[in-house]
Structure formats: C-alpha cells, structure tokens
Design a protein around this ligand. Structure first.
Ligand code: NDP
Ligand code: 2IT
Length: 448
C-alpha cells in the first residue's frame, strides 16, 4: 500500500496519464511500494523530481511497418522503441514480436529494464521495443522481410553508443540476424548495435544460455544464503519452452533438480520422470513445433490443454519462464497447497500483485524478475564489452562472470533490504538497489 505522500502524488499522476496501460501501472505500483523507505531516507530525490522523471520515458518512438507476405499481400504492423532512461548508460533492452504488444506492454518492459540493468552493475540504461507482428506460421522469407522493414525505420534511432536492442519473446537468433544485416546495409556500419548476434558476427558465447542459466545461479545463491539449501533433489516446475525455459531447465537439471514440466501458449506437458530436454530442444529449436508433441514421443508423459494448469503440479520450486501475469492469486495458492517453497521469475512480471501477496503471506522465497532474469541482459552487456575490445571470451569466462553477477545481485538486494528495514525481502531490495544508482546519476546530471 502506498503511504508516502511523494510516492502517492507521483503515482496518482501516472494513473491519470497512463490509465490505459495496466501492465505499466502494475510495474510502477510494485516498484513505488518498495521505494517508500528509500525516498524517506533520501529527500534529495523529491527535490530533484526523480520519481516524476523516472516514470516518463525520455523518448517513445512508434512507427508503421509495411511489408508484403508470400502471397504478395501488403501487411501493416506497428513498431515501437521506448528509450526509457539513459542516466547510467545507452538504452539497452529487448525487442518483442507478439500480437499482444502495445505501448503499455513495452513501457512496463522498459521500466523494469531500467532497474534490472542497474542491478547488473554494467553501464546500461533502460529501453525496450517490438511490434504486434506475430511470427507464428510465417515463412522465413516473411520474417526476413518484416525484420528488414522494421529495421529500416528503427535504424534511425539506435546505435552502439545510443541504443542497443536484443531479443525477447519471438525474437531469437534468426530475427537478430536479419535485423543486424539490414542495419549494416543501411548505416554502412559494422558495430555491436544489437546483442544476441550470431557467433560469426560478434555474438558472445553463453548469451543463448544466459537468462536461463542466470536464473538458476540467482535461485541457487538465494537458496544458499536464505535457506542453507540448493536445487539438489528438488522437484521444479517450469513454464514456457522457449529460450529462457529451455536453458533454465538445462541448468536446473545440472544442479541436481528434477524438472517435470514445460509449456507453450497451447498447453503444458508433465513428465513425472523428468523432462527430456533433448526432445524439447528438437521440438522447439529443431522444427518450431508445439509442446504437445513431447507427450506423443515420451511414454508416461501427459499433455494438458491450457497453460494455467502447470501451476497445479506439485513442486518445491517454480520458475515461470513464459510471459507476464501467468501466475495469478489462484495459481499461487495452488502452488503453496502443493508444497512450493520458492518462486524465482525467469519471465518479466509473471506474477500478478495477488500472487505476490500469496507468496509473501506464506513465507515463500520470492525472487523478482528484474533481479532473477537479469542474466540475459548481463551477458548482452558482456557482449558489448567484447565488441568494444574486438575480441571474444571463452564460454567458461563468460559463464563465470555471469554466475558472479547473479550472486552479486542477491547480495546487493539483501544488503539494500536490510538498509531500508525489510531484511530478507528480495523484491524490495532489488527495487531499492537498482533504483539508487539510477537516481543518484539523475540528480548529478541535472533536471533533464
Ligand atoms: N530472451 C531474453 O534474453 C530474456 C527474456 N526474458 C523474458 O522471458 C520470457 C520468455 O522469453 P523468451 O524465452 O526469450 O521467449 P521465447 O519466444 O523464446 O519463448 C516464449 C515462451 O513463452 C510462451 N508464451 C509466450 N507468450 C505466451 C502467452 N501469452 N501465454 C502462454 N505462453 C506464452 C511461448 O509459447 P508459444 O511458442 O506458444 O508462443 C514460448 O514457449 C518473457 O517474459 C521475456 O520477456 C527475460 C529476460 C531475458
Ligand atoms: N529481453 C531481455 C534481454 C535484453 C537484452 O539482452 O538487452 C530482458 O532483459 O528482458
């Protein structure tokens, strides 16, 4: 609940101005609740208007994307790039291609990205972009033509020292390659303007694995510090079967857990013997199939239509890795009833406020997305470092840096939580720790 007058006043402005953007309001509300003890301790932030400024993007770019499909029919989509905050570095954040994309969704993602990027301690500001383009069912040629049309406009606004996009939902290696090629063609510039690039043209080893691996490094460290426990012998429920889910599964299994689920937007599979990741990779990475196929290929595995049921599967640890608001209050209660003690978020904002309340009331270890899934953007930052050095580090070098960054995020979150009177609160600590660095930079740079 908001009680601090400054926080309440600014949030009321956001509600008035952006009332048609529910996901953005949800993201701001959670952060603002955490920041109340911070602004009370730092009156200089109110004097400098930091909250009023941090909730207003520095720039919103919205553009038409016209392209032709394989039948020669003209298609029109909307493109966005929201350059939210550059106080601590160039704008940095993913691109999402999904029919649900609108300005409010990109603003929630971009706002989360500001604090997430700060937590990595790397010099990256916050931004996000994407389009309502749906790659599902499109040919490679159609995806290429869309990406080329999208980048033809976007390239006016980005650059290695200005704004560095990367992947997110439905933007993977294929899309980044097409986007990179078009940027290079138009700007005649060979630079690290995107991350998640192919290894042949400046990509970083371990970037593909980074978000999922980082989620598990974060969870493992939080379990060690707070519960003197680990993944060893635990049953884990994971949602999604894309980039984050696949590599979270891989690392959780490597750390001794049994992962029993995977999902996509049609439904989920439950494998009591443990997910066979090679089969999931073949389905998803090999031929872009549906997760239903897993149950047809694996004896003993069950397929269930609809995604919500995944949260009724008994587990010790839940790692949501699909999309925002996939766990509501009812699903959170089901998790608790079935023994879940840990929820760490791989997806961005996958828990509703009601779900978070259930976690807190039942004493679950809750690792918020902006901290737990920061491994992806962290290795993106390391890709930018390698591009600047014009050299490549080994997988082990990058993976070791990633693990250290994620463990550091746990430590800094807990230190901030203690400083602001909420010892052990990983959500408040992450919001506070991420915010203070950005706020201090905004104060130092003047009112702009
Ligand atoms: N890629 C990255 O570097 C990072 C991603 N994230 C976040 O992680 C989450 C997953 O992203 P990523 O793995 O990259 O994306 P992918 O496109 O690789 O995978 C997304 C997965 O989530 C499922 N999904 C997407 N939308 C919905 C929906 N509305 N309902 C149910 N399932 C859905 C997809 O199923 P289907 O195939 O049927 O659509 C797919 O299995 C997102 O929240 C993203 O913002 C966070 C940090 C970094
Ligand atoms: N989609 C991402 C990754 C962003 C990036 O690597 O720039 C995220 O942090 O949500």
């Amino acid at each position: 609940m908001l009680t601090n007058e400054y926080v309440k006043r600014v949030y009321a402005q956001v509600e008035k101005r952006d009332g048609d953007q529910p996901e953005f309001l949800q993201a701001v509300s959670e952060v603002f609740e955490s920041l109340q003890p911070v602004v009370e301790k730092h009156p200089e932030y109110e004097k400098a208007g930091v909250l009023e400024r941090i909730v207003e993007p520095e720039r919103v770019v919205k553009f038409r994307v016209a392209w032709t499909d394989d039948e020669g029919k003209v298609q029109v989509n909307r493109g966005y790039r929201i350059q939210f905050n550059s106080a601590i570095g160039p704008y940095k954040g993913g691109l999402r291609f999904h029919p649900t994309v609108n300005e409010g969704v990109i603003k929630f993602l971009g706002f989360e990205q500001i604090l997430k990027n700060s937590l990595t301690t790397l010099p990256m500001g916050g931004g996000k972009g994407g389009s309502d383009f749906d790659p599902k069912g499109k040919s490679d040629a159609e995806v290429m033509r869309f990406c080329q049309a999208f980048m033809t406009e976007l390239c006016r606004h980005i650059g290695q020292f200005t704004d560095v996009p990367a992947g997110d939902i439905n933007v993977g290696a294929r899309e980044i390659g097409y986007l990179f090629g078009q940027y290079k063609r138009i700007r005649d510039e060979y630079s690290g303007v995107l991350t998640g690039k192919g290894l042949e043209f400046g990509g970083s080893l371990a970037r593909t694995e980074a978000t999922g691996y980082g989620l598990c490094y974060y969870t493992q460290e939080a379990l060690r510090v707070l519960k003197n426990d680990s993944f060893e012998g635990k049953t884990v429920v994971i949602s999604g079967s894309g980039n984050v889910a696949i590599f979270a599964t891989e690392k959780a299994q490597a750390l001794g857990a049994k992962v029993v689920t995977a999902s996509d937007s049609n439904g989920y599979v439950y494998d009591p013997d443990g997910i066979k990741l090679d089969i999931v990779k073949d389905i998803k990475l090999g031929h872009r199939g549906r997760i239903k196929e897993y149950a047809e290929r694996v004896p003993g595995a069950e397929y269930h239509e609809g995604c919500k049921g995944v949260w009724t599967v008994p587990c010790d640890i839940a790692l949501p890795c699909a999309t925002q608001n996939e766990i509501d209050g009812e699903s959170a209660k089901a998790l608790v009833a079935n023994g879940c003690k840990v929820v760490c978020e791989g997806a961005n904002m996958p828990s509703t406020p009601e779900a978070i309340t259930v976690y807190q009331e039942n004493g679950l270890l809750y690792g918020p997305a902006k901290a737990a899934n920061a491994g992806g953007v962290a290795v993106s930052g390391l890709e930018m470092s390698q591009n600047s050095y014009r050299l490549s580090w080994t997988f082990e070098e990058v993976d070791n840096k990633l693990k250290s960054i994620m463990e550091n995020i746990v430590a800094n979150s807990l230190a901030a939580a203690k400083e602001y009177g909420h010892e052990g609160d990983l959500m408040l600590g992450a919001n506070a720790a991420g915010f203070v660095k950005v706020a201090n930079a905004m104060v130092a740079q003047g009112v702009l």
